[in-house]
Every structure is written in C-alpha cells, then in structure tokens.
Design a protein around this ligand. Sequence first.
Ligand code: ZN
Length: 388
Amino acid sequence: MLTPDDNALQAVRRRHELRVLNSVVAHGNRTRRELEGDTKLSRTTLSAIVGELRQRGVLSEESQEHYAAGRNGRPTKVLTLNPQAGAAVGVELGRRRISVTVLGFDGRPVHREHHGTGGADSLDAKIQQSATLLQSLIAAGKINPHTVIGMGVGVATRHANPASLADGDERQSDPEGVTLDPLRTVLQAPVLWDNNIRLAAMAYGKRSGELLYVVLSAGVSSAIVSNGTLQRGSHGIAGELGHLSVDYAGPLCWCGRHGCLEVFLNEANVLVEAAHRGQAFASIADLAAASAAGNGIASNIVDWAGELLARAVLNACVLLDPRRVVIAGELSQFGEPLLHPLRKALAGQRLGLGQRDIDITTASYSPTTGSDGAAQMALKHWTFPGGM
Ligand SMILES: [Zn+2]
C-alpha cells in the first residue's frame, strides 16, 4: 500500500516524466540538450528520468547520422518514442462483447481486439474475463505493463458519479456492487471507468470540438464531448438526450416524464410501431433493408423515427451549438433518410445553427469503438490533460 509521501513523490516524478514525454511527442524526437531546454529540468533529474523511461521501453536512444554532428564530431544521439509502447489501455465490458484497445503516447493504436462474452455473463464475470485477456496480452508481448500509465474501463451500467472521478492518482469508487480490482492488479495502473456508450463518444470527440454522440439501440444513450473532454454534469447525467420529451402528451417513461425520445426510439418499440402499421420485421436490420429497397411501411417508419430524433437533437443543438453530431447504434442502419428531418429542421431555424457547418453523420460500425474511447479518456486523463 502506498503512503501519502510515496504518492506525492510519485506525482512529482510523473509530472517530470510527462514533461519529457510531452516534448518528445510534440517534436517526434529530441536530444538530451533539447529536452533540458524544453522541460527546464536539471541535467541530473533529466538523466534519471530518461534512464528510467528507456529501461521501461518507452523511449529509445539512437545515433542519428543525418542529424548535425555534436561539438566533438560524433553523431548526435536522439531520443524517440517507442512506437509499440502502450500508454493507455481501454477495455469495454459491453453487453455482448469485451474489447481491448492499447494506445501509444502519441494517441495511435498499438493493439486492438474483441471477443464475445458468451451471452448473459455477470459484470463480475466480465471483469474477470477481461483481466484474463489482459494477462494473455501481456504474456504475448502486446501490452508492456511497464509503459502503461492508466486504464479506462467502459461498463454497460449507470454513469459514474462525477464526484468520485479521480484527479491524478486518487482512486475512483467502483461501479455499484462490483470491484475493478482484478484489472488494477493485472496492470498495476490506475483505473477510471464510466458508462461504455459515454466512453465510446471519446473515440469521436478527439479533434472535433463540441460533439453530440447519440446511440439508438435497446435504449437511447448519448454523450457530449467538449474539446476532447467528456461532459458529465454535476450528477453524472449530462447529455441524456433519451429523456428529452418529444411529445408532452406521449406515453409515460420510466423516468416519470411523458413522451421521452427513448420511449419511442428504442429498438423494440420501433419494431412494434412497424407491426402496428401493418408489417412485422424480425430485426432493425431487416427494417432498414426494406426501407432502402423502397418498402412503404418501412420508409414511413424511418421518416417517423427521423422526425422524433430531429425534435430532440435540434433542442440539444440550440443548447450546445455542436460542431459534430454522430448518430450510432442499431437505428443508425437507417442511414441518410434518418438524418434528413434533422438537416431540414436545422436549415429551417433562424438562430444561425443551420448556416454554420454542423457535421451530421451516422457512425461507421467498429467493435472496438467503446475500448478506443475508454483508452482515449485514460490517455487524456493521465498524460496530456492540456491536449497534445
Ligand atoms: Zn424518460
């Protein structure tokens, strides 16, 4: 167990380390002399930190003939980032799959993989399963535990309480009823977790300024990313677009309000709505295919869904003025026709939202989006909070 003194020392060392890494990431490579100038660290401190980073396999030092020779005529040695050194690990414990993403210090993916969970596994079982997976990745050399400085975990459960989120190395409280200790043990790195859908948004929000990310599947989930940072609000529910009412006279939602977007645009209800209109579809994929093929009932359903979505998203756009809106989840298979009413609504208002470029797209499917975003959050949190 670390004492507060150990923690304080570690925090100082980590800050120094990050100054060195920040400089190497920003410039691609750096001589020791340049690092001294960039980091303002003493030669002794710098030497100790560079030595440790080399030992851990984060940095390597090479003679580079094409760089200017030093004063003594020998080639200058430069420090570069090991492109295979993982800085942050992201894990998504989804309903149907577990995925892992390893990102390097420069934010590039070093490794990705995903596996099915085999059905109705408990969260505890998934945590154990992912710890075993990480162990095997370490054994296979895909993850070097000495270079990883933090882990992000996306969990298919309620959002994390923002009051419990870590700053620096403080420990965040675990999701209700489970412990993330098996993951902490396997990597010996600090862990941050949040709702998996919310973390998936981080995979899109990296460089897009204000982003609104909406997932339409079994329910409606959404997240706001502002300048690369996930917005959680005061109680952890910021961006819950699913509970904006799109019809005050509509059916009662479990949240206590009437006509919430989620009451209408959950997968099951969309299929029920199609059946009411005269045609049963086995799945959203079937419905999307029928709509694309010109089936009248299916096309009407897509229009209906698009109108409801537009009501909620337009309200959110007025509030957030986003640069980008990404629609993901099963219903995003409806494609462009689902987005049409939103584009029209944005063009029709006179607040200036429509005139600006709001990039509205459906998400391209990737099984590792959740872990990509989780790793992105960890990288942001533990490495370069000021941006890279
Ligand atoms: Zn509701």
